[in-house]
Write a protein that binds this ligand. Structure first.
Ligand SMILES: Cc1cc2nc3c(=O)[nH]c(=O)nc-3n(C[C@H](O)[C@H](O)[C@H](O)COP(=O)(O)OP(=O)(O)OC[C@H]3O[C@@H](n4cnc5c(N)ncnc54)[C@H](O)[C@@H]3O)c2cc1C
Length: 452
């Protein structure tokens, strides 16, 4: 599912369904879920383990924030709908707006994708800034309270163990219960939701996993204010290495180098330059050699496996609890989908509340969330199977799709209209299936030169 295949946010469609909802986690999924719930509940409390001081340093609970984060159009547009003024706030805080179609260079399947014919504005900022700006807008909502430096320990359950009616929290040395009609777990990849289900005697969701053995290394470079060069080098077999260069606020570039299946980037800056030299585009190495490094050390991140938990196939759910965001599914981050998938999930929650209310919320919601995850999963997990070393749950039809997408990429090296079709999918405005529409398929499959 993508932005084009889901109705936009419409607060007039939602009626009041409860008094109090709790959201665990004040990262992207939690903030957006809280904003949607504020239409249906008298009061929403977001509970976040980290202290939130309003700064733009990466925080402990979101260690990935030290690395490049691309906010795709789907995510940015939903954030704007749910928190009007978000995009202007981001720009006021220094975010760079660039045209993905002409200014953001993407290297895929052996060469740079051609400039497209239709502009796609994209907002580039560090991950902490995106979160801080979004949080400021969401926390200003009259029915939302944010409790930071407060850890959720476990659920509070009814005697019959059918319903979760709140959470036990630990804050400033004190442990106590907070009751609610609904608890939303948006606590990310370390979510304890499946352990909570075990404890209540409910089946846990099956998990699909795809092993990619991915590592990130990132440093930040000083950037001349008018130099807005942006680049993405996608790993392509046999080169399981890639990179992203992102201009962000504070006249900086985030430079991230990635390697899958053991081709990990090194830790030291000198070696990182050599690693960058092995990429098919010289820009990354040149920037690392010529520009001042403004971060004290190279940031590291290991991402061994992407995981999709099939809450959508469970037949039984406790009442009073749902799970959203990375806790449901997390994707190989080189595709930049996580924040936008969280936004699409929040929009799914909005439509579920509008259409069905809170009765049977979990199964009704997970049906929609399952569709959101499906498209993103097929793109990321499927794409990773172009590497023979990738192991795990292979989406059906992956090999045929990968051959087709590879041909489309190669044709898009010189075909601006194919680049448009590709870009619309990359930013999650259109679903991957749009790449099989007759017009796109004809341009992809027609005889003619497919460079390299
Ligand atoms: C290296 C890397 C790069 C990425 N790059 C991109 C990108 O380019 N574009 C993109 O869209 N996405 C990217 N992502 C994914 C993106 O970071 C996530 O999808 C996004 O943050 C949404 O996750 P979330 O809100 O579900 O969970 P998280 O961001 O993991 O946040 C979970 C929150 O819950 C809190 N928490 C956890 N346990 C408790 C508890 N018990 N009590 C209270 N609070 C708790 C944590 O402190 C944290 O604030 C990347 C991910 C990684 C790992």
């Amino acid at each position: 599912m993508s932005l084009a295949t889901i109705d936009r946010y419409d607060p007039d469609r939602v009626s009041r369904h409860g008094d109090h909802a709790i959201v665990v986690g004040a990262s992207i999924a939690g903030l957006l879920a809280a904003r949607v719930l504020a239409d249906a509940f008298e009061h929403v409390t977001i509970i976040e383990r980290d202290p939130l001081d309003g700064g733009t340093e990466p925080r402990r609970g979101v260690p990935q924030a030290e690395h490049v984060h691309v906010l795709l159009s789907a995510g940015q547009e939903i954030m704007e709908d749910l928190a009007p003024g978000f995009s202007d706030d981001l720009v006021d805080a220094g975010a760079v707006v660039c045209d993905l179609s002409r200014e953001f260079h993407v290297h895929a399947a052996g060469d740079l994708i051609s400039p497209g014919t239709t502009p796609i504005p994209i907002y580039l900022a560090s991950r902490p800034l995106v979160e801080r700006v979004l949080r400021a807008r969401i926390a200003a909502h009259g029915r939302i309270t944010l409790r930071s430096a407060c850890q959720v320990i476990e659920p509070v359950v009814t005697d019959a163990r059918e319903t979760i009616r709140g959470v036990v929290v630990h804050q400033e040395g004190d442990t106590h219960e907070v009751t609610a009609d609904l608890v939303v777990d948006a606590s990310g990849r370390s979510s304890r939701a499946t352990a909570w289900l075990d404890r209540l005697g409910y089946p846990r969701p099956s998990a699909e996993e795809v092993h990619v053995d991915l590592a990130y290394r990132t440093c930040q470079l000083r950037r001349p204010p008018d130099d807005l060069r942006a680049l993405l080098v996608m790993p392509a077999p046999p080169r399981a290495r890639g990179a992203a260069v992102l201009p962000v606020e504070g006249d900086r570039w985030f430079v991230t180098l990635v390697g899958m299946h053991g081709q990990h980037p090194p830790d030291e800056l000198d070696e990182l330059r050599d690693f960058a030299g092995s990429l098919p585009v010289p820009m990354v190495r040149e920037l690392l050699e010529e520009r001042e490094v403004v971060t004290p050390k190279v940031a590291r991140y290991r991402y061994p496996t992407q995981t999709r938990r099939r809450f959508d196939t469970l037949e039984e759910h406790p009442r009073g609890m749902i799970v959203l965001g990375d806790a449901v599914a997390n994707f190989n981050p080189i595709y930049g989908q996580g924040m936008s998938v969280s936004a699409l999930q929040a929009l799914s929650l909005h439509h579920t509340l509008a259409d069905d209310g809170t009765e049977n919320l979990a199964p009704n919601l997970y049906r929609r969330v399952g569709k959101v995850v499906e498209g993103a999963w097929n793109l990321a997990a499927g794409g990773d199977f172009q590497f023979p070393q990738t192991e795990g749950s292979k989406p059906p039809g992956t090999d045929v799709v990968n051959r087709y997408i590879n041909r489309l990429h190669r044709k898009a090296h010189t075909d601006g209209e194919l680049a448009d079709a590709f870009n619309e999918v990359v930013v999650m405005r259109q679903p991957p299936t749009s790449l099989f529409r007759p017009k796109v398929a004809w341009r992809t499959l027609r005889p003619g030169q497919t460079p390299r």
